[in-house]
Write a protein that binds this ligand. Structure first.
Ligand SMILES: Cc1cc2nc3c(=O)[nH]c(=O)nc-3n(C[C@H](O)[C@H](O)[C@H](O)COP(=O)(O)OP(=O)(O)OC[C@H]3O[C@@H](n4cnc5c(N)ncnc54)[C@H](O)[C@@H]3O)c2cc1C
Ligand code: FES
Length: 282
C-alpha cells in the first residue's frame, strides 16, 4: 500500500483508452489508465493478482482486479463489468477523463516460487481479468516457466473477454489455449460445454504444474472437484476471492471469510488454505 499519510487518499489518474470486451446488460469495459503524478506512477509497482480501489469523484469506489502485468508498461488496465452505481459511472468514462485509483492492494500470485513450473489457468467470464496479468507475466518471462495452458469459457462467444489476445498464441509451441461456450453457436470452432467439463476434456497432467482458477463460485467449486480427480494436490491449486470490500487494507472488517481478510490475506489463496473455510465458496 502506498504511504501518502491518509491511506484513503487516492491518486488522480487519466483514462488513456477504453474499449468494450463484451456487450449487453452486464457488459465489460476495459479502461487503460495512467496515474497523473509522475512519482506515484514510478513507485506504483503492482504484482500479478493484486487489485485497486478505483472510482469516480462524487460517485464512489469499487475494488477491481488490475488486469495488466507490470511487464506491459507504466499504465494500469481495469476490466469492469457494469453492475451498479460505481461501475456504471466507470463505464461512462472516456479517454481524457479523470478518475481515482488507490492501491495496489492484497497479496499476489507467488510467481517467484512458481519458476520452472508449468502454468495452467482456468477462467470463467470476468474471472479472466485477474488471470490475464499472470498470463502476460509468464509470456514476458517465458524462459522462467514451463508450458502455459489457458482454459477459458463464458456463456456465449460474445461474453468472452480479451478475445483478440488468444489468436496468435497457437504459433507458440509451448502455449496452448482452449475456449468454451455453454451452447453451440454457428461457426464456433471450439469446445461447447461448461468450463469444468472442458478441463476434463483437456486432461492436463498435474506433474510440476500449478493450476489457477478464477470465475463464478459455482464454476470454481466444480473446477476444484475436477482438479482433485486429475490428481492435483491442494498446494498446486490457487484461486482468488472477490468478497465485497470497503477500506481495502484490513481496517473495516467488511471482507472477512472465516478468519481471513480477503483484502489483506488475499485475494490470492491456495486451495490448501481455503479447503478448511467452507464460507469461501458459498
Ligand atoms: C478483489 C476484488 C476484485 C474484483 N475484480 C473485479 C474486476 O476485475 N472486474 C469487475 O467487474 N468486478 C470486480 N470485482 C467486483 C466489483 O468490485 C463489484 O462489481 C463492484 O464493486 C460493484 O459496484 P457497483 O457500485 O457498480 O454496484 P453495487 O450497486 O454495489 O452492486 C450491484 C450488484 O452487484 C453485486 N456485487 C457488488 N459487489 C460484488 C462482489 N464483490 N461480488 C459479487 N457481487 C457483487 C451487488 O450485490 C449488487 O447485486 C472485484 C471485487 C473484489 C473484491
Ligand atoms: S475491505 Fe476492509 S477489512 Fe477488508
Amino acid at each position: 500500500m502506498k504511504e501518502n499519510g491518509n491511506p484513503y487518499k487516492p491518486e488522480i489518474a487519466t483514462v488513456e483508452d477504453t474499449w468494450y470486451e463484451t456487450y449487453g446488460d452486464r457488459c465489460i469495459k476495459t479502461l487503460k489508465v495512467v496515474l497523473d503524478d509522475e512519482k506515484a506512477r514510478e513507485s506504483w509497482g503492482h504484482r500479478p493478482g493484486q487489485c485497486a480501489m478505483i472510482g469516480v469523484l462524487g460517485v464512489g469506489e469499487s475494488m477491481i482486479s488490475i488486469s495488466c502485468s507490470p511487464t506491459e508498461g507504466k499504465f494500469l488496465r481495469f476490466s469492469v463489468m457494469r453492475m451498479g452505481k460505481v461501475t456504471q459511472a466507470l463505464h461512462e468514462l472516456e479517454p481524457g477523463d479523470k478518475m481515482t485509483v488507490r492501491g495496489p492492494y492484497g497479496n499476489s500470485f507467488p510467481v517467484e516460487e512458481w519458476k520452472g513450473k508449468n502454468i495452467l489457468t482456468i477462467g470463467g467470464g470476468i474471472g479472466q481479468a485477474p488471470l490475464r496479468p499472470i498470463i502476460e507475466y509468464v509470456k514476458a518471462n517465458r524462459g522462467d516457466y514451463g508450458k502455459l495452458t489457458l482454459i477459458y469459457g463464458a456463456r456465449t462467444s460474445g461474453d468472452l473477454c480479451f478475445k483478440g489476445e488468444f489468436e496468435g498464441l497457437n504459433a507458440c509451441s509451448d502455449i496452448n489455449y482452449h475456449l468454451s461456450i455453454d451452447v453451440q453457436e454457428e461457426g464456433w470452432p471450439h469446445y461447447v460445454g461448461f468450463v469444468p467439463s472442458l478441463l476434463m476434456d483437456v486432461n492436463p497432467s498435474p506433474e510440476n504444474t500449478i493450476a489457477i482458477t478464477c470465475g463464478p463460485p459455482i464454476m470454481i467449486r466444480f473446477v476444484l472437484e475436477n482438479l482433485k480427480k486429475l490428481n492435483f494436490a491442494d498446494e498446486q491449486i490457487y484461486t482468488t476471492l472477490e468478497n465485497r470490500m470497503k477500506c481495502g487494507f484490513g481496517k473495516c472488517g467488511r471482507c472477512n471469510v472465516g478468519g481471513l481478510y480477503v483484502c489483506k490475506d488475499g485475494p490470492v489463496f491456495s486451495y490448501d488454505t481455503l479447503k478448511n473455510v467452507p464460507e469461501a465458496f458459498a
